[in-house]
Design a protein around this ligand. Structure first.
Ligand code: GLY
Length: 263
């Protein structure tokens, strides 16, 4: 049985720009190394392709240092796509840049026009609902606009809270299958996943909560051995990808792609 929330035939990625050294970050943990970032990005694209998906890799956008984190600029659903409105001023233009690419593959494209803000990293799509975490980048007005735009297509949006100090809702969680979420304890403790089974990331491994289920694989960052063992024990087919450089810019596995099946 196919599940629209994690079975995908296509993905879109964007090559890292050399300007990524100027990318946004909450805490300075050192400059990302471009060559290592590029290698990890190639491994990531290869991991998506290995599941049989067609992956389009867009040119780098030097004017937008964070544009490799392409997920924040759009939301791809089975029946429509929505161009987001990033809350970070330096990222606002990424939405206009992705619009023609998305319009090439979707016949129904809606746009968040504001005044609210919403970034894709705050959106977790499950089989039954779209959870959106309010954060420093996503506000209630942005969530309300998304709710109105997707309602005609039959999608339900639930507004939830991103933990204080956490960049995006999905920094702290990932969908593993139709019923199961991988989450940090700090996020799961809010009760937002009470309708799901939750697997907590291992203590001290919170940074791997941003993983993705992509077709048969769970793709997670390397070097989180306890959580990896736990997922394998639960029967997931885990692939790991280096993420040290993206992590310096608060980026992870979900941020690096838009995943979808054209309708
Ligand atoms: N560096 C990714 C972001 O802050 O949006």
């Amino acid at each position: 049985m196919l599940h629209f929330s994690y079975n995908f035939t296509h993905a879109i990625c964007r090559l890292p720009a050399r300007s990524l050294v100027d990318g946004l970050r909450a805490v300075d943990t050192g400059q990302p190394n471009y060559d290592q970032f590029l290698k990890d990005h190639q491994d990531y694209v290869a991991a998506l392709e290995a599941t049989g998906a067609k992956v389009e890799v867009l040119d780098a956008l030097e004017e937008f240092p964070d544009s490799v984190f392409i997920e924040d600029a759009a939301l791809c659903l089975p029946k429509c796509a929505v161009i987001m409105r990033p809350g970070a001023p330096s990222r606002l233009g990424e939405a206009s840049a992705i619009n023609p690419v998305i319009s090439d593959v979707y016949s129904n494209v809606a746009v968040i026009n504001g005044p609210g803000f919403i970034e894709g990293g705050d959106v977790l799509t499950t089989e039954t609902e779209i959870l959106v975490g309010r954060s420093a980048r996503t506000d209630s007005a942005g969530i309300d606009e998304l709710t109105s735009l997707v309602k005609p297509w039959g999608y339900t949006v639930r507004e939830v809270e991103t933990p204080e100090g956490v960049l995006h809702f999905k920094t702290d969680c990932s969908l593993l299958d139709a019923d199961t979420i991988l989450s940090t304890k700090r996020l799961a403790n809010s009760g937002c996943f009470s309708d799901y089974q939750v697997i907590h990331v291992a203590d001290g491994e919170e940074a791997c909560a941003n993983s993705i289920r992509f077709n048969e694989n769970v793709i997670m960052p390397s070097n989180f051995p306890e959580t990896e063992k736990m997922l394998v024990k639960h029967g997931y087919d885990v692939k790991t990808i280096g993420n040290t450089e993206a992590a310096k810019l608060d980026g992870g596995m979900s941020c690096l792609s838009l995943r979808f099946t054209p309708s």
